[in-house]
Design a protein around this ligand. Structure first.
Ligand SMILES: [Zn+2]
Length: 314
């Protein structure tokens, strides 16, 4: 939108490509921790898109999607507008194989953050002060949790026309209308009128080619829909849209095997998993508690009572 961008005292004019390092703090060893920001600007003005990954440091599919978009030169020669890429926001989590920063706080529950706050708050502050004011919309790439696989899906803000339009432009397999939690990047940006889609795919600390390719395809469809780049990705077909989701929790502890996994329709009452004791004596069925579509499932072989087993959307 504006003709000149300024990020951490670096000016980036129309037609320029620059990399900017933003130091957050240092490790106890003294090693500086920098957030790396990559900016591409067309000579022709247009919208500014954020693509971010690694807000949760162990969600590597998200980091990999943004990494590949850069490595594949997706943002070189934009027709118009600008792209700001932050492939890895939570560097601390990434090097510690953790979702959070070392004090256990979640960056994505710390927005907008403070310059003098806890570490998670400081990381969020970099994003909310330096990057979000420059963008018009964003794609934030996440991954499922520990042992939790997420079928490739977009989460967009309920009742927001711009976010709905952006989700439709992204397309893909599943669009889920879901209110953002307070203090998330999506929620904070929405308050400033900037829609951010949250993409989820695969499971933490595990690369999933299917999720990575789906994320990249959606990013290309958005670039094309916004007139920012010509991309040769097929239009999304048969995109499923959901307005509600619910976790089915484990009725007992034991060894868990799913029978139906993410990406499949289920009927209420259908047997979709079993739980056994470790001694060959008992078996319990896990029945779908809702008719819908499985958007996430648990891959852990050992579960406790109450553990989330299946995420069902309708
Ligand atoms: Zn996440």
């Amino acid at each position: 939108m504006s003709s000149s961008f300024r990020i951490n005292d670096t000016d980036i004019a129309l037609g320029e490509h620059k990399k900017v390092d933003i130091q957050v703090s240092r490790l106890p060893s003294g090693t500086p921790i920098n957030i790396k920001v990559f900016v591409w600007r067309s000579k022709k003005p247009g919208p500014t898109m954020l693509v971010s990954g690694g807000v949760h440091g162990d969600e590597i599919n998200g980091v990999e999607i943004v990494r590949r978009s850069i490595a594949n030169g997706l943002f070189k020669n934009l027709n118009c507008g600008s792209v700001i890429a932050v492939p890895l926001l939570n560097v601390y989590g990434f090097i510690n194989f953790s979702r959070d920063v070392p004090d256990g706080k979640d960056v994505n529950r710390s927005f907008p953050g403070f310059s003098t706050g806890s570490l998670a708050s400081r990381v969020a502050y970099v994003m909310s002060q330096q990057i979000l004011p420059l963008i018009d919309f964003g794609l934030d790439f996440h991954t499922g949790g520990q042992s939790h696989y997420n079928y490739p899906q977009i989460r967009y803000s309920q009742g927001d026309a711009e976010a709905t339009k952006l989700a439709e432009q992204f397309g893909g397999l599943c669009l889920i209308e879901k209110k953002a939690f307070k203090s998330t990047m999506r929620h904070h940006a929405l308050e400033a009128g900037k829609p951010i889609l949250v993409y989820e795919g695969g499971e933490n600390l595990r690369l999933d080619q299917f999720s990575i390719e789906e994320g990249l395809a959606g990013m290309k469809r958005v670039l094309k829909a916004k007139g920012m780049a010509n991309s040769f990705v097929p239009d999304a077909e048969n995109t499923l849209r959901f307005i509600g989701t619910k976790w089915l929790r484990s009725p007992r502890a034991g060894i868990f095997r799913w029978i139906v996994s993410s990406g499949h329709k289920v009927e209420k009452g259908q047997k979709i998993g079993v739980i056994n004791d470790p001694y060959g004596q008992e078996e319990s069925e896990v029945l779908a508690n809702k008719t819908g579509f499985i958007i996430g499932h648990n891959n852990s072989p050992v579960v406790s009572q109450g553990d989330a087993l299946f995420h069902i959307a309708w």
